[in-house]
Structure formats: C-alpha cells, structure tokens
Design a protein around this ligand. Structure first.
Ligand code: PLP
Length: 430
C-alpha cells in the first residue's frame, strides 16, 4: 500500500516518515520472530472506512444501530477462526495479545473467587509479561506464580511443573511462550491442569500460524481457552483473538466486552478475516512448514559459526542464541546486526548471568523472511552474515559490506504488502 495520494496532499510530513519506514522494512532482513509482513489484502482490509463504525456488543446484540454489514464481517471472522483452528467458540475483538490474556483471566476467575492464583512461565525462561510477571498488571489482580525451565537443558520440565502445580494449586495454568525454541506439549499441560483441578490457558501468540498450517501441535483440543495475537506467524493485522470451549464462551465474551474494552476495531476485524482466509489455504500450510525448515537451517548455520543456541537448536520458528562465544553481549550483538541490516532483539537467556537491560542472548526467527520466499540456501547466508556482523561490530566497513549484501538479497525477494515500484534503497546505517 504505497500509494497514498491523500497523504501527499494532507500530511506530507507524515507521508515521508511512512515512506522511510517502508524502505527500511523492504531492505532490511526482519529477523524479529514476533514480526511479519501482512499481505496487501490484509493491509487494504485494515485501512478501510470500517474504522468509522462503533459496534459495542456482539453480532445481533449491539448497542448502536447500523450494524447490518459489520455483523456480517465479525461473523465471517469468527466462523473462519473456528474453522481454521477447530474451535468451539471464537472472540475476535481483543485489541491485542495482552488484553486477550487479561480478558481470559478475568473471565475464568470470578471477582469473588477465593482461588485467584495463576501459574505461568516466567519471563526469564521465555514466558510473556502477561503470564503473571511481577511488573505486569496480571500479577496485580491475580496472585501470580511462575515456573521455569530445566537448569541444564533449558527445556520445559513437565514433572517439575506438575510438582509446582500441586504446591500452588492454581485456578489457571498458563502455557505458551514468547522465547521458547521447541515444541510445547499441550496435551501434557492439560494432564497437569486436570490433576490439580486448574483450568488451562494456552497462549499461542507466537505460533498461531504454525498451528494453523499444521507445523506445530494445536493447543485448541486441550486448553479451556487459547489466546493469540493475529500479527505474528498468523500474518494478519495487529490484533488479538480468543478461542475457547463453549462452556466458557459467555464469561469470556463478557470479560472482553463490557469487562475490559469498548467498541471493537472493525477495520482490524476485517483484516483478521482476510488473514484467516489466507491461513486456510494450501500455500499457507507450505509457508508454515517452510518457516520451521528455515529455522532449522538457520540454527545449523549459526552453530557452524560457533554460536551457542539455547536448547541446542530450534523446532519451531524461533532461535535464541548466546552471543558470548563471539565475545559480545546480547545488546552489542543486536546493535551490530541492526547496523548490518539484520533486525533482531537482545533477549534474556534462561539463567542469564547478565542484567535484563543488557542480556546475553539474541532472539531471532524466520517467519518474516519466509514470507518473502527465502529458503534454506538463503538461511546459510543469513547465518554467516549474523556472525560476520557480530565479529565485525567495531568495524564499520564490515557492517556496511554485510548491509549491502542484505539489501541486495531483500531486493531480490520483495516482501508481501509491497507493490512495484518498490521503495528506493535507503542509506546504510554504519
Ligand atoms: C506477543 C505476545 C503477547 C502480547 O501481544 P501484544 O499484541 O504485544 O499485546 C502475549 N503473549 C505472547 C506469548 C506473546 O508472544
């Protein structure tokens, strides 16, 4: 969506900034595993007059008139969500992943419940803030307890989680992660929850696209409620979604509206509907499997360069590596990569000896590059460039040379959402 005639006339200052960001996104290698490129169809659906409409409530139960079309759009998104994930009930109104999680806890744990304990994966072990981490509002309204990963393997230790769950007796167990490079055993989590009488919430924000495409086991049959973002591997607009068993539909819908939110973002609902339509296609299945194949190939390339991978590899879309073997902190590594056109984020690794502000690790992933059509052969180059950028972090000539090569490769694989004429090549940062 690069033609913005109205912006040219009305707000050229803003238009210029959008164009700069377009060029940056087009030419740099997006390795942040929570990001992706939405298709042009998704972008177009999201940028419509649907943004003008208030629709508090749910289809056929609204508080404003004029919902003849909006009801059909929301029902389409809901029915597609149920079909893609095999869910009994879907709510497509959460503004994003964090409010979706809060809504689920509010829905499943009543205001007067004596047991308001939630047990989730700790942030340093790869969990999300909203799984009850201390700075999150989810630890203010609920009594939050955290499990971790095994100190040597850095894998989820289901026996240890069961032992902790028996002690804590939580009302809700949360599984799912934001920085875990392996398959999550949702069936095992369901057994643990059942054994301690807890409800199970699975947060599949990162892996929803892999689940939709059959490249990661689905939590939907096992969890009482499943939350997700719509903009990560699912490749939709920024938004959130909740899937749940029919038995919980009422409390969860009420927790989203009127509990937590006002009017739904109808333009986003439309974008979600389009993304779900795309996710139901055979091409999306191949896409999901290619993400995993690319992640394996990139993991191999990085290990070949001497980098140390958390859990020793990846079987989803994500890789967490320790930059120490190349003499860098996570922040130094990620900044050098950024100057070299390789976009990532510094990340805590399990039992990180360094501070969260400058941790040891870097988190990368393959969803966005796979959306551009890159395959295993290109992952070998990307892995080499990552190591070259980190090793050459003090040498602008090296960073410039790598960035030039990255820009060339990206120009050869145009990103979804962009149409010719493509943006002009931006200046190198280093
Ligand atoms: C990204 C993410 C979220 C939060 O999503 P936002 O849209 O940023 O609020 C929640 N849970 C997990 C596991 C995530 O990765």
């Amino acid at each position: 969506m690069q033609t913005r005639n109205a912006l040219t006339h009305v707000d050229p200052e803003l238009e210029r900034l959008v164009q700069l960001e377009e060029a940056r996104q087009f030419y740099t290698a997006k390795l942040i595993p929570s990001e992706n490129y939405a298709s042009l169809a998704v972008l177009q659906a999201s940028g419509t007059v649907l943004t003008n409409k208030y629709s508090e409530g749910y289809a056929r139960k609204r508080y404003y008139e004029g919902q003849q079309i909006i009801d059909q759009i929301e029902e389409l998104a809901v029915s597609r969500a149920k079909a893609v994930f095999g869910a009994e009930h879907a709510n497509v109104q959460p503004y994003s992943g964090s409010p979706a999680n809060l809504a689920v806890y509010c829905g499943l744990i009543s205001k007067t419940a004596e047991n308001n304990r939630i047990l989730g994966l700790g942030l340093p072990a790869g969990g999300h803030l909203t799984h009850g981490w201390k700075v999150s509002v989810t630890s203010r309204f609920f009594q939050a307890f955290q499990y971790g990963v095994d100190p040597t393997t850095h894998l989820l230790d289901y026996d240890a989680i069961l032992t902790q769950a028996r002690e804590v007796r939580p009302a809700v167990i949360v599984c799912g992660a934001t920085a875990y490079p392996r398959i999550i055993d949702f069936a095992r989590f369901a057994e643990i929850a059942k054994e301690v009488g807890a409800l199970l919430v699975a947060d599949m924000a990162h892996i929803a696209g892999l689940v939709a495409g059959g490249a990661h086991p689905s939590p939907v049959p096992y969890a009482d409620a499943v939350t997700t973002t719509t903009h990560k591997t699912l490749r939709g607009p920024r938004g959130g979604m909740i899937l749940c068993k029919s038995a919980h539909a009422n409390v969860i819908d009420k927790a989203v509206f009127p509990g937590l939110q006002g009017g739904p973002h109808n333009h986003t609902t439309a974008g979600i509907a389009v993304a779900l339509h795309e996710a139901a296609s055979p091409e999306f299945r191949s896409y999901a499997h290619q993400i995993v194949a690319n992640s394996r190939a990139l993991a191999e390339a990085l290990m070949h360069e001497g980098l140390e991978l958390v859990t020793g590899g990846s079987d989803n879309h994500l890789i967490l590596f320790n930059a120490a073997p190349l003499g860098a902190t996570g922040k130094q590594a990620a900044s050098a990569m950024d100057l070299a056109g390789l976009e990532a984020n510094a990340n805590t690794i399990p039992f990180d000896p360094r501070s969260p502000f400058d941790p040891s690790g870097v988190r990368i992933g393959t969803p966005a590059l796979t959306s551009r059509g890159l395959k295993q052969a290109e992952m070998a180059s990307v892995g080499r460039w990552i190591a070259q950028a980190i090793r050459g972090r003090e040498d602008p000539a090296v960073l410039r040379r790598v960035a030039g090569e990255v820009y060339d490769l990206m120009a050869a694989f145009p990103a979804p959402g962009f149409e010719a004429p493509f943006p002009a090549r931006p200046a190198l940062l280093a």
